[in-house]
Design a protein around this ligand. Structure first.
Ligand SMILES: O=P(O)(O)OC[C@H]1O[C@](O)(CO)[C@@H](O)[C@@H]1O
Length: 538
């Protein structure tokens, strides 16, 4: 194993050299560049040739991965070690899609028995809701399902349910997350409480937004069907049995998971229940199969061909080597519209950390700002900054090559052409001289405005089509990429202490927004804002 300090130094030296290169020139110098800087798993292609990476830089990254012990850390996760050290927990979302049933012991007990038993209950419930065997209190089948949850108890199923729209053949799905009453009110409008099922999804069953929305939804149901039978319209997904029962949801309507499933890694667990209801158990299994295929690849492929390792190393290269503070995630698939938000939580809640696993302040940058929108919409909004702004933001294009709308093939060609054009434009740009030549003497004054610096890196992740298997594989790829980056940064990707302070302060402010409670001790700005609220709401 290489020592980590010289590995970082070597990476930085390679980056300093590469920063002076033109990406386009790397292609001109090496006709084999695409083959050398791309990798695939079946139909899933990772093209990272449009970056500044050179062969020595890639070798330096591989050394860094080895010096950071990425493989040993990966194996520890798959073996059920308590790698979430600040919460003293194992990290085993991979057990949820362990389709080979490889034994995974936690404290000496194989978790697969409990995982398989929970899936059997979940699939039976989902299929019974779909068939009408589990009906509403009126005896009519459920026509609509509302998932009430937030963060990992919302983003995963909401993202995946939209992504897999062509496969829906169950009741309609709705997602309420924000405590803003507008979210619940707008969702309930037009729904019939007599045929609506509400899933309350909260790992802790204490999250204030979710519990507030759940109580309001319960009043809405009870007002229509009566308090005595309102429970028939509820199910719960949680790890907190006592809290679920206190809310009035029967034990047999509760689906559990385990403390070794982090919120942002929970779409594979009972938190995926809305997706199971929308697309059915078999397709949910295909979603798990896709993730399992990526898990096996991550676990066994050599580092140099290992997609999550490569994607993680590209992340480290851009963040630490090249010093880029952000990355844009740009799916060329409208149904992946919620993927950037999903990846924001996955990436930023995992790797937005500043302490190492051993409790020292990190001496390097960690998780970048992750953001994005689907193409082509983003092109008409913020791509201006990607092409001509003062910051370089590496882009990650996500591109399913075949659409589902075979009668709209022309749309798909346009979509793909736009995606390819964007990575080409970012890389090549258009020089001042070329712009001047195109504009001619009449446009001389405009040439600077209309030229493009180019040399802006991007990665393209392409695959055949967006189906349950491909989605599972894609999400697992991103999960493991986050893992690899965290392993190199030596941080804990699995806690989220940074969300606690705001929650605590909000709880203290709530009474100050009612009559009579004093805001003494608050700063001048917060006091003034409280007065502003009270002047309109008292
Ligand atoms: O499922 P719960 O316990 O309601 O938590 C929801 C979300 O809140 C967080 O704990 C952070 O606020 C996330 O990590 C989590 O996904």
């Amino acid at each position: 194993m290489t020592d980590i300090v010289p590995a970082w130094a070597r990476l930085n030296a390679e980056a300093a050299e590469a920063a002076g290169l033109r990406i386009r020139a790397l292609f001109d110098a090496d006709p084999g560049r695409f083959a050398a800087f791309s990798a695939r798993l079946d139909d899933l292609l990772l093209d990272f040739s449009k970056t500044h990476l050179t062969a020595p830089a890639l070798a330096a990254l591989m050394d860094l991965a080895s010096a950071a012990g990425v493989e040993a850390k990966r194996d520890a996760m798959f073996d059920g070690a308590r790698i979430n050290t600040t919460e003293n927990r194992a990290v085993l979302h991979v057990a949820l899609r362990n389709r080979a049933n490889r034994p995974i012991p936690v404290d000496g007990v194989d978790v697969m028995g409990a995982v398989n038993a929970t899936f059997a209950r979940l699939f039976a419930f989902a299929e019974d809701v779909r068939s009408g065997a589990i009906a509403s209190s009126t005896g009519a089948p459920f026509t609509d399902v509302i998932n009430i949850g937030i963060g990992g108890s919302d983003l995963g199923p909401a993202m995946a349910t939209l992504a897999l729209k062509p496969f829906h053949d169950g009741p309609r799905l709705h997602f309420v997350s924000n405590v803003d009453g507008a979210h619940l009110a707008d969702t309930l409008k037009g729904l019939d409480p007599r045929t609506t099922l509400v899933i309350v999804a909260s790992k802790t069953f204490t999250t204030i937004e979710t519990m507030t929305n759940a109580r309001s939804a319960r009043r809405w149901i009870a007002a229509a069907v009566g308090e005595a039978v309102a429970g028939a319209h509820f199910a719960a997904v949680s790890t907190a049995l006592a809290e679920v029962e206190a809310f009035g949801i029967a034990r047999e309507r509760m689906f559990g998971f385990w403390d070794w499933v982090g919120g942002r890694y929970s779409v594979w667990s009972a938190i995926g229940l809305p997706l199971m209801i929308a697309v059915g158990a078999r397709r949910f299994e295909a979603f798990l199969d896709g993730a399992h295929a990526m898990d096996e690849h991550f676990r066994t492929a050599p580092l140099a061909q290992n997609l999550p390792v490569l994607l993680g190393l590209i992340g480290v290269w851009h963040r630490n080597g090249m010093g880029y503070a952000a990355r844009a995630v740009l799916p060329y698939a409208q149904r992946l519209a919620r993927l950037p938000a999903y990846l924001q939580q996955l990436d930023m809640e995992s790797n937005g950390k500043r302490m190492t696993l051993s409790g020292e302040a990190v001496a390097y940058a960690t998780g970048p700002l992750v953001w994005g929108e689907p193409g082509t919409n983003g092109q008409h909004a913020f791509y201006q900054l990607l092409h001509q702004g003062t910051d370089v933001i590496p882009a990650e294009f996500i591109l399913p090559l075949e659409g589902h709308e075979t009668d709209l093939a022309e749309h798909q060609r346009l979509l793909v052409a736009n995606c390819l054009a964007q990575s080409e434009a970012l890389m090549n740009g258009r020089s001042l001289a070329e712009t001047q030549a195109r504009l001619g003497p009449a446009g001389a004054g405009m040439a600077l405005h209309r030229s493009f610096p180019g040399n802006r890196p991007s990665v393209t992740i392409a695959f055949r089509t967006l189906d349950p298997f491909a989605l599972g594989r894609l999400i697992a790829l991103y999960e493991h990429r986050v893992f690899v980056e965290a392993a190199i940064w030596n941080i804990n990707a699995f806690d989220q202490w940074g969300v606690e302070l705001g929650k605590e302060l909000a709880t203290a402010i709530v009474p100050m927004l009612g009559a009579g409670a004093s805001a003494d001790g608050k700063d001048g700005s917060t006091q003034a804002l409280i007065r502003e609220f009270l002047s309109l709401n008292s």
